[in-house]
Design a protein around this ligand. Structure first.
Ligand code: HDD
Length: 706
């Protein structure tokens, strides 16, 4: 990929200037009295340059500090008029510009991408009737039910305040102490421990609005809704060992992937889907729809496809776009409204409030990235960094006669925003409804809907997270919570972290209590006990290799035509490759080496491909790095491609005995694909292996060192 920076506006000018537009003649030496003398105050260029530099940083976001973003557009498939009057949801021929910021939650701005964490998925729609923000995550539920607990949650998961350790990690005593005392977090914990916590790519994960919102149509009819983003490729995740290593080998792994795929024209695409429950069915289901720790199983409330989003343009400037963008769940347009979800209600305060500190004042909506494409007109004025001139002359109040009553109020049928006239009554209390007290049903639903390998990953993730917790009492309390979800899982977790599993009588007691509570609460309500749509493995279609990155191992003497064929083939399928060799330049002009072993790692590729060629294979056999690459790729259950005598190279690796020979020179372990030459048949098999992503059959073969 051509890495030369694009010529930005401003770089077209020949001369550098001060911020006042005065051309600069010299910027390498400060103004001094004599060559060895003091710098003097006269140097206005130095003072301006230094003053600006000294104030370059702004406070990072208190959560979601680390993020990357892209521009694109959204288009509906068909008019959503029966459900919502939002203008951007009406016309399939209309493209609404969007800006999407993906993020991790816990780490500081400079932390690594591939940590175990929730990912933010925030979308700003610049609609013709104002900005609409869908500020979601890659998990459909949340840790807590009421926003008043958010500061506690975030304090517990962020680095401990005395030593500021650990960075970007939940694996410490404070977090699990808090969680062990917050049974409402159990469902979300299952998601965080699952493979969803370590996405391979921002373009290969789902997004969720989490809360229940409303669609309102022109007749004033309301539907409760949940909004989802579904990637148009299969989802994909990292394995934990790989994620930890990638955090060191390339801390920008997800950010780079997003940037490069857009530069290559491999645009990330997502489908917006909606689940809808008519107002009158609010109490029909075995979950409270105002509870953000609950999802609506797709098998019960099906998804309707709304439209498609394509991310086709990288930001030009990280700071003024990705950093300064300000999202807010209360940025709504007519046709979309709120509910009484107490987590959502609290967010409505927090997002405006936080911008005052982060962006320095109330005028952040005027920053170019936040500015609506719709016209802004009101009587707000002044404040730090005000740019917008309302051209009101003397009239800055409403009602008025001196400006003919303008700006005037918009009637509802002209998309003036009117809140849904929901009836509310009740006593002023601090409390929660009974339905919110069922903390385990959906944690159990999630765990039991996973495939065996996904369950294994959850247990192993718990071993890691809780294994880092020093206080045994905390480990024990978390395990006890897990017994409320699934006894078998809890026992496995206990055994891996040195906690004594509970006696069967205790387990039975817990399970009976949970069952009795749930049955009593939800009797006669609609529910499911299995939800295959929650499992990334079960929904996998394995029909595309878009966004896959292959590491091609080759040394001097390798068959260059194999490399070229592979690269062309990958490009055709919107995938990418890098040639990895012991040194740059080993092929002279014949072939470009993209990475030397010292500048890359197997964990940065979705597959390793070994090129044929006698001299090359012999050189690789002498190189521990090549051997390590292949062992590690195998250990992480990723596909390996071999052409011609490349199979012989496996003799040097630890996987040799594990890969069953299948006739002469063929290696048939699922996902290890060999061919005499780079033929159509080979590519068809390799495609299948790549599209499967991981070959889990290998994961029990722990003998492979890596
Ligand atoms: Fe939040 C940022 C998503 C609960 C308070 N949140 C933030 C971002 C995302 C989310 C994606 C980053 C936006 C960006 O890229 O700039 N937050 C969520 C979701 C939640 C959630 C899906 C639960 C359903 N958040 C939540 C609660 C509160 C906050 C309960 C407080 C009451 N969130 C914030 C914040 C942030 C934020 C402190 C930090 C920076 C910002 O808002 O602009 O206000």
């Amino acid at each position: 990929m051509d890495n030369k920076p694009k010529n930005q506006p401003g770089q077209e000018h020949d001369y550098m200037t001060t911020n006042q537009g005065v051309k600069i003649n010299h910027t390498d030496d400060s103004l001094k009295i004599g060559e060895r003398g003091p710098t003097i105050m006269d140097d206005h260029h130095f003072r301006e340059k230094m003053m600006h530099f000294d104030h370059e940083r702004i406070p990072e976001r208190v959560v979601h500090a680390r993020g990357s973003a892209a521009h694109g557009y959204f288009q509906v498939y068909e008019s959503m008029a029966p459900y919502s009057k939002a203008k951007f949801l009406q016309d399939p021929s209309k493209k609404t510009p969007v800006f999407v910021r993906f993020s991790t939650v816990v780490g500081f701005k400079g932390s690594a991408d591939t940590v175990r964490d929730v990912r933010g998925f925030a979308t700003k729609f610049y609609t013709e009737e104002g900005n609409y923000d869908l500020v979601g995550n890659n998990m459909p539920v949340f840790f807590i039910q009421d926003a008043i607990k958010f500061p506690d949650l975030v304090h517990s998961i962020k680095p401990e305040p005395d030593k500021e350790i650990p960075q970007a990690a939940a694996a410490h005593d404070s977090f699990w102490d808090f969680i062990s005392l917050m049974p409402e977090s159990m469902h979300m914990i299952m998601w965080v421990l699952s493979d969803r916590g370590v996405p391979r790519s921002y373009s290969k994960m789902e997004g969720f609005g989490v809360h229940t919102f409303r669609f309102i149509n022109n007749e004033g009819k309301s539907h409760f809704i949940k909004l989802h983003w579904k990637p148009l490729t299969d989802m994909a995740s990292l394995v934990w060992d790989e994620a930890q290593k990638a955090a060191g080998k390339d801390p920008d792994f997800n950010r780079r992937d997003l940037w490069e795929s857009i530069e290559m024209g491999n645009y990330p695409e997502f489908e917006l889907c909606v689940q809808m429950i008519p107002e009158e069915d609010e109490h029909k289901f075995a979950f409270d729809i105002l509870d953000a720790t609950k999802l609506w199983p797709e098998e019960l409330v099906p998804l309707k496809k709304v439209g498609k989003m394509v991310l086709d343009r990288n930001p030009e400037d990280f700071f003024t776009e990705t950093e300064q963008v300000a999202f807010h769940p209360g940025h709504l347009v007519s046709g979309i409204d709120l509910t009484n979800d107490p987590l959502l209600q609290g967010r409505l305060f927090s997002y405006l409030d936080t911008q005052l500190t982060r962006l320095g004042g109330p005028n952040f909506a005027e920053l170019p990235i936040n500015r609506p494409h719709a016209k802004v007109e009101n009587n707000q004025q002044d404040g730090i960094m005000r740019h917008h001139n309302n051209h009101r002359n003397a009239v800055n109040y409403y009602p008025n006669t001196r400006a003919d009553g303008k700006p005037k109020m918009a009637p509802e049928d002209e998309q003036g925003y009117v809140h849904y006239p929901q009836e509310v009554s009740g006593k002023k209390i601090r409390g929660r409804s009974e339905g919110f007290k069922d903390h385990y049903s959906q944690a159990t639903l999630f765990y039991r809907s996973m495939t065996d390998i996904e369950k294994k990953h959850i247990v192993e993730a718990a071993w890691f997270e809780l294994g880092k917790v020093k206080e045994m009492a905390i480990r024990e309390r978390v395990v006890k919570q897990f017994y409320h979800i699934d006894a078998d899982m809890a026992k496995q977790v206990a055994e891996g972290i040195g906690v004594k599993p509970l006696e069967q009588s205790e387990v039975d007691k817990i399970q009976q209590e949970v069952k009795a509570f749930q049955e009593n609460l939800w009797s006669g309500k609609e529910n499911v006990t299995d939800s295959p749509s929650l499992s990334m493995e079960k929904v996998k279609k394995a029909d595309s290799i878009k966004g896959v990155k292959v590491g091609i191992l080759a040394e001097k003497g390798a068959n260059v035509s194999t490399v070229n064929k592979l690269k062309d083939w990958l490009k055709e399928h919107n995938a990418d490759a890098e040639v990895v060799a012991s040194q740059f330049g080993v092929f002279g002009d014949e072939l470009k080496v993209d990475k030397s072993y010292i500048t890359t790692a197997s964990v940065l590729y979705d597959s390793i491909f070994i090129v044929d060629g006698k001299e090359s294979i012999e050189a690789m056999a002498e190189n521990g790095d090549s051997i390590h690459f292949v062992n590690e790729c195998y250990k992480h259950c990723k596909p390996i491609g071999l052409i011609g005598n490349a199979s012989e190279f496996l003799e040097n690796t630890s996987i040799r005995k594990l890969v069953q020979a299948n006739g002469e020179g063929n290696w048939s372990d699922k996902g290890v694909v060999s061919g005499k030459e780079a033929s159509d048949d080979f590519f068809s098999d390799y495609f299948k292996a790549l599209a499967m992503q991981r070959h889990w059959g290998r994961s029990s073969k722990n003998k492979v060192p890596a």
